[in-house]
Write a protein that binds this ligand. Structure first.
Ligand SMILES: NC(=O)c1ccc[n+]([C@@H]2O[C@H](COP(=O)([O-])OP(=O)(O)OC[C@H]3O[C@@H](n4cnc5c(N)ncnc54)[C@H](O)[C@@H]3O)[C@@H](O)[C@H]2O)c1
Ligand SMILES: N[C@@H](CCC=O)C(=O)O
Length: 515
């Protein structure tokens, strides 16, 4: 019997033994840099002339790997491979599919630090963030494997005398999985695995900046026993193969995680029924956020300050869940801001290969430029309290930045920056705090620091986000504990790591037999 799901514990890097092991993993990954990675279509390795160079965002000169890029012809080849593989894979027993996942999870657990070390090098994640990303990937695999074992039983329905009714779930078909750079292992693996364990076959297009860790994961899934053609690995440019596959008449569903701009584009294009298409495509789209930490007048102010700081600056603010705005009751505003500023000043920014680095780089030049542009906007919209500087000479480093006295309707309060910048806004009372909390197009995460039960209950009902946290920060959802996904322009609220997630990859079939 499969043991009960429990989330993968995080590594304690205060323990010197763990530090040594992680250092060894980094050294090993250093010996692996600069390799080339092919597409994998129906198990066949295909090298293309056009390749993307994946670099270390902390050190632009360091190449993590060269990764082949698919064109439309190869995307078509991958589609055909996935269509063919679907014929057999959909008939596999759920237990057999789940067992491949459980094996993969065990293998990934054994190579945990190695995968995390790739995340340090390719995504610029500090050790603890990399470790959490790998742990979450393991969690998704373990959790979805178990969910499938339940879902395969179907749901009970009533039958009249002489009749036998059944209600079961069947897979959809070929899915296109498009993943973002910021959880290059967890979200890539979680979205891919959910589609596969439910009996679909997939085309996996990883993020442009982080294809190597995805390639390593695909290799691992092959080693775990995944049959050829079930997972086809096709890195490529969104504008070339992304649009092509989203519009393809044989695409049955698209599972996208990324920006609002691209998500909306996919949603619109997938909705158009193409010639030869015999279904309405499903789209799972998990998009951006503009997430808020609210601080009530009676909150624990130390906890409030640390919740603001760690929600804003974890992984350099590059989380859809990042607390990029703080709304503070006017009675405690000055005190909380002072604590936020002094805590921010203690954060060590630098190369994430060093164990004591709190914040590494942002992902690439375009991101660096965008964040620096928002810092300029912030200077005109409020008071720069700390940070504000960036240096992209060797890597893409931006100092953790806090702006105070930002008006509730300022751009810094409304637009996703996706970097280490937090806007702080003063509120008159709890009503005003809730009004500000709901004043964006997004609805992903939020946190409320309060010791007033009535206010907590009002927020529970009236703070319109998919993931709402009380007396803690607004990042760090755990698979199976805090299913994750947002409202409004944050996406389709798919709730990754939740009990309903796999159903999005299946359709229900009713059968009724007369005896
Ligand atoms: N809601 C969530 O669960 C969640 C989780 C992680 C990240 N995000 C969001 O993701 C964004 C950051 O990630 P990103 O910068 O990688 O996002 P992005 O939208 O730039 O890219 C995401 C993926 O879409 C692909 N893509 C680009 N153009 C495409 C097209 N025309 N057709 C198909 N695919 C295309 C990219 O190559 C990449 O693989 C942020 O907005 C963040 O909030 C959301
Ligand atoms: N699930 C992650 C965020 C994923 C998006 O970037 C969290 O809860 O912090």
């Amino acid at each position: 019997m499969v043991r009960t799901y429990q989330h993968e514990p995080f590594t304690n890097f205060k323990d010197e033994k763990n530090q040594e092991l992680f250092q060894e993993a980094l050294s090993y990954v250093n010996t692996q840099l600069g390799k080339t990675y092919p597409l994998i279509i129906n198990g066949e390795r295909i090298e293309t002339d056009e390749k993307t160079t994946s670099i270390n965002p902390s050190n632009k000169k360091e190449v993590i790997g060269y990764v082949s890029l698919a064109n439309q012809e190869l995307a078509e080849k991958a589609m055909n491979a996935a269509l063919e593989a679907f014929v057999d894979w959909k008939k596999w027993k759920a237990e057999d599919r789940a067992n491949i996942l459980f094996r993969a999870a065990a293998m990934l657990r054994r190579r945990k630090h190695e995968f995390s070390a790739y995340l340090v090098k390719e995504a610029g994640k500090p050790w603890n963030e990399a470790d959490a990303d790998t742990a979450e990937a393991i969690d998704f695999i373990e959790y979805y494997g178990r969910q499938m074992l339940e879902l395969t039983k179907g749901q009970p329905v009533n039958s009249r005398p002489g009749e036998y009714n059944q209600y079961n779930y069947v897979p959809l078909g070929v899915g296109v999985i498009i993943s973002p750079f910021n959880f290059p292992l967890a979200i890539m693996a979680g979205t891919a695995i959910a589609a596969i364990v439910t009996g679909n076959t997939i085309l996996l297009k990883p993020a442009d900046a982080t294809p190597v860790v995805a390639a390593k994961f695909v290799e691992l899934m092959e080693e775990a026993g995944l049959p050829k053609g079930v997972l086809n690995f096709i890195p490529g440019k969104g504008s070339i193969i992304g649009d092509y596959l989203v519009e393809h008449p044989k695409t049955r569903f698209v599972s996208f995680t990324g920006s609002r701009e691209v998500g909306c584009r996919i949603y619109e294009r997938a909705a158009k029924v193409q010639s030869g298409q015999i279904w309405l495509k499903r789209v799972i789209a998990e998009m951006g956020g503009k997430d808020t930490v609210l601080v009530d007048r009676d909150a624990d102010l130390e906890l409030a300050a640390s919740s603001i700081v760690y929600s804003a600056f974890g992984f350099s603010g590059q989380k859809c869940s990042a607390g990029s705005r703080a709304v503070i009751h006017e009675d405690v505003y000055d005190e909380v801001v002072e604590k936020v500023v002094s805590l921010t000043k203690t954060l060590k920014v630098g190369n994430p290969e060093s164990v004591d680095t709190y914040m590494g780089p942002v992902i690439h030049q375009a991101s660096f430029d965008k964040i620096m542009k928002y810092i300029e906007i912030g200077r005109t919209e409020g008071d720069l309290l700390v940070g504000g500087e960036g240096d992209s000479s060797n890597g893409f480093f931006v100092q953790p930045t806090v702006f105070g006295n930002i008006h509730q309707d300022a751009r810094l309060m409304k637009e996703e920056i996706f970097g280490p910048v937090v806007a702080v806004c003063k509120a008159r009372d709890f009503d005003h705090m809730l009004e500000i909390a709901n004043n964006t197009d997004y609805g992903l995460t939020g946190a409320v620091l309060s010791n007033t039960r009535a206010n907590i209950e009002r927020a529970r009902e009236g703070f319109h986000v998919g993931n709402l946290y009380f007396n803690r920060g607004c990042t760090g959802a755990i698979v199976g504990y805090q299913p994750f996904g947002g409202f409004n322009m944050s996406g389709t609220d798919s709730k990754a790591g939740g009990p309903d997630y796999l159903l999005l990859h299946m359709q229900a079939k009713t059968t009724s037999e007369m005896f």
